[in-house]
Design a protein around this ligand. Structure first.
Ligand code: ADP
Ligand code: MG
Length: 396
């Protein structure tokens, strides 16, 4: 499933249109978190060092096809300049006169950043004419925006059919790591799945069942699984329409020889606003209480399970981790994943925020920049932005 890599291309003297994911949080015109910008640096640097003119393009936020001044990419260009230590020309339009002039006057190694792609309604419409205008700025196309690969938009899909198309270094790393989880993980392989809702994660659970040895279920979604096993979860968040599905999932996992661990204790409170919770056994939840975190015995059991696996994938906090009273389960498991000697992968915005808040991000082997795209990939779906990049030749 390897894609044609940019490293196999002759890029010297070419104009490379490089789709990146610079969809970063901004506040008062300042980039609040530059993780995604830094993630694109290896490809940008590789292109510059090999003598390409680098024409970057990205979306930012949801301007819905019109120009929104607060969503201009200028602050991103300023941050990128600091990171690269050289100038970046931010254009005031996407494919208009300003962009054209900037590209025409650029030389090998220069970096141009086109304006927010979603200022043009044709971007999200995967419009062929818009794709042609983008393509006319360049000689080759490089896709390094794994986080946007699940969208068939002009800059992730249509344009790739118009130019010689390659995967960037970040894109390659994401497909390689996530692909390995599905195809050839080192065993035993454990998945820790949490988060609020079963319905968000069901397809991932289903697909991972074919490849994992152990499934640790926590977070709000565990409640529906517990209920499906006849456990009274009080006023906890449950999805009534998912109870049968949850029950079937557990049976399916059993048939595949997957060991499933559900919470055996919980931190409960009458309301999410409570300053602290009480630890109770899972079969002792009172009518007016709700589960907001896994209990310490569960967290400990999950942490020990993590140490016994050679591959660990984690998605979804084990409790309402944004509230200190309910963050212990997530923290215990996060520390176990960080200390694991095995190969560790984390995906999902809230899980990544949790590991970063603990200062443990650099102890994880791969933190996916993918978000929704990573989940869809792990669901086994074809991502339109990936499908359109040619496969690598066998001799590459
Ligand atoms: P990620 O972004 O890592 O994929 P999700 O978005 O699926 O994670 O899940 C995070 C959300 O799940 C958080 O808002 C958190 O408050 C919520 N959550 C976790 N456990 C519970 C629970 N027991 N009850 C209600 N909400 C929960
Ligand atoms: Mg989330």
């Amino acid at each position: 499933m390897a894609k044609k890599s940019i490293t196999t291309a002759q890029v010297h003297g070419t104009r490379a249109l490089c789709r990146v994911d610079f969809n970063v949080p901004l506040e008062n015109g300042v980039v609040q978190d530059d993780t995604r910008i830094r993630a694109a640096l290896p490809t940008i640097t590789w292109l510059r060092e090999h003598g390409a003119i680098v024409i970057l393009c990205s979306h930012l936020g949801r301007p819905k096809g019109t120009v929104v001044d607060d969503l201009r990419l200028t602050p991103v260009a300023r941050r990128l300049e600091q990171l690269l230590g050289s100038p970046v020309t931010a254009t005031s339009d996407i494919v208009g006169d300003d962009a054209r002039r900037a590209v025409e006057s650029a030389r090998a190694g220069d970096v141009v950043l086109l304006e927010n792609l979603r200022f043009d309604p044709r971007e999200e419409a995967d419009d062929p004419a818009f794709a042609r205008e983008l393509a006319s700025l360049a000689d080759i196309y490089v896709d390094d925006a794994f986080g946007a690969a699940h969208r068939a938009h002009a800059s992730t899909h249509a344009v790739a059919t118009l130019l010689p198309a390659y995967a960037g270094l970040l894109m390659q790393r994401e497909i390689e790591v996530l692909g390995r989880l599905l195809d050839a993980p080192e065993r035993p392989f454990a998945a820790i799945i949490g988060g609020a809702k079963v319905s968000d994660k069901l397809s991932v659970l289903r697909n991972l069942t074919h490849t994992i040895d152990t499934l640790l279920i926590g977070g709000g979604m565990a409640n529906t699984f517990l209920l499906s096993q006849g456990i009274d979860v009080g006023t906890s968040l449950v999805e009534d329409d998912q109870i049968t599905t949850a029950k079937d999932m557990l049976a399916e996992a059993g048939q595949h020889g997957v060991t499933v661990m559900l919470p055996t204790d919980a931190v409960v409170a009458p309301s999410i606003d409570a300053d602290h919770g009480r630890v109770v056994d899972i079969d002792q939840i009172e009518r007016n209480d709700a589960i907001f975190d896994v209990g310490p015995a569960t967290a400990q059991a999950f942490a020990e399970a993590v140490t016994q696996h050679k591959t660990v994938f984690w998605n979804g906090p084990l409790g309402v981790a944004e509230r200190p009273a309910f963050a212990n389960g997530t923290e215990t498991v996060a520390r176990a994943v960080a200390s694991s000697a095995g190969f560790t992968v984390i995906g999902g915005g809230d899980s990544i925020a949790a590991i970063e808040a603990l200062g443990l991000a650099d102890r994880i082997d791969h933190i996916s920049t993918g978000g929704g795209a990573a989940l869809e990939f792990l669901e086994g779906k074809q991502l339109p932005g990936l499908a359109v990049i040619p496969e690598a030749n066998d001799d590459e």
